[in-house]
Design a protein around this ligand. Structure first.
Ligand code: DAV
Length: 370
């Protein structure tokens, strides 16, 4: 392994990271500990005008009519079983798996300005950002996700006690000024018209992907420039945050668009990334194969391109959806070892293996890959 582990790094006199239970600098170093989300109490959130900016066509009416109600129980159960299989696979590969605590999702909560119910704690990738030994609670733009990080508080406290740096973005007020009240849906081929304004900093962690000292970001319907700038300043001079633009009329989360798999190996969406970004010009690039999820399969919140939403266990092993044979074949050809796991029912709730996880600790150090 070319990357020295933390103890070796001390021995050879490099600047070693704190001895922290949280330590992850990129998407590919050997995974030691990971948080896997839960679907307990998963619910359609209270309706809000920002939802149509990212919901697939056809789901807007469902979200309106089902607001505040649970997702269909048989689908939640099927997703729960797949999560259990995923956990078993990860543990079998030697990874320590942690889970959030269920919190009530259909209880109404309020601020001085508005009231909402919650969504779920299924996607730790959205709510928490790990950069090195720091774990950051994100200032999420959805009112329904305002208290989502509470599900992770027992873990956050434990990691802090163990030596991690624990921080949080400024809690946004999420008043009406945070959202473009004149927003109308751009066509699929139009440039995005983002629903989130620059009123206060907001971001989801999943709009960032980490390549050591270089962190790639996108603006989206939940992540604004103010939020990206907050993060840039929070991380300081050791990191360079690059904001890239993609051909995506409804952007939310970068992890089904541009997926760095290992040093020098990049997976891209065939349409959203029409040209390889300058930064990655020297990397080997694989275009994602067309997803195979059938049209009838419910996808409440995303496109079918969740086939790209993979989890790297190290520079070689990658968890991919079991029924997605084209992707299994493609990653093998690209030089990786696919580990198949059923996840199609979980996919219905808006994510796949990358979304459903947060890599708390990977064995490796802060490096430059460009
Ligand atoms: O392709 O609909 C999925 C990203 C989930 N975090 C898409 C984006």
């Amino acid at each position: 392994m070319s990357t020295p582990d933390r103890r070796e790094a001390v021995a050879i006199g490099e600047k070693a990271p704190l001895d922290s239970p949280v330590s992850s600098y990129n998407e590919w170093d050997p995974l030691e500990e990971v948080i896997v989300g839960i679907v307990d109490d998963a619910s359609f959130p209270t309706w809000h005008m920002s939802l149509p900016s990212v919901l697939p066509e056809g789901q807007v009416e469902t979200f309106r009519s089902q607001a505040g109600r649970p997702f269909p129980p048989h689908q939640v159960e099927a997703a729960r079983r797949e999560l259990e299989e995923f956990v078993r696979i990860l543990e079998g590969e030697g990874v320590t798996v942690r889970r959030p605590e269920p919190i009530a999702q259909r209880q109404v909560y309020s601020t001085l300005d508005w009231a909402s119910t919650g969504l779920y704690a299924a996607m730790p990738r959205d709510a928490l950002l790990v950069v090195g030994t720091e774990i950051i609670e994100c200032p999420m733009a959805w009112r329904s996700r305002y208290y989502e990080s509470l599900a992770y508080r027992p873990l956050l406290k434990e990691y802090f006690q163990g030596g991690a740096k624990w921080s949080a973005g400024p809690k946004p007020e999420l008043t009406d000024e945070q959202f473009d009240q004149t927003w109308t849906d751009p066509g699929e081929d139009d440039p995005p018209r983002l629903v989130v304004t620059e009123f206060e900093p907001t971001f989801d962690a999943a709009d960032f992907t980490r390549c050591g000292r270089d962190i790639i970001a996108q603006r989206s319907n939940v992540t604004n420039e103010f939020g990206i700038e907050w993060l840039r300043r929070q991380l300081g001079d050791e990191y360079r945050v690059h904001v890239l633009e993609f051909k995506d009329s409804h952007p939310m989360h970068i992890d089904a668009t541009l997926v760095p798999m290992a040093p020098g190996k990049l997976l891209i969406h065939p349409e959203r990334v029409p040209e390889v970004p300058e930064l990655f010009k020297s990397w080997d690039v694989m275009t994602a194969p067309t997803p195979v999820i059938p049209d009838g399969h419910p996808l409440y919140m995303t496109s079918k391109w969740l086939n790209m939403n993979i989890l790297m266990l190290d520079h070689e092993r990658v968890v991919v959806e079991r029924q997605d044979e084209p992707m299994i074949e493609a990653v093998r050809k690209f030089g990786f070892t696919p580990i198949p796991c059923d996840f199609r029912n979980f996919n219905s709730f808006g994510g796949s293996f990358h979304c459903a996880t947060l890599d708390v600790r990977r064995r490796g150090t802060l490096e430059s890959y460009f």
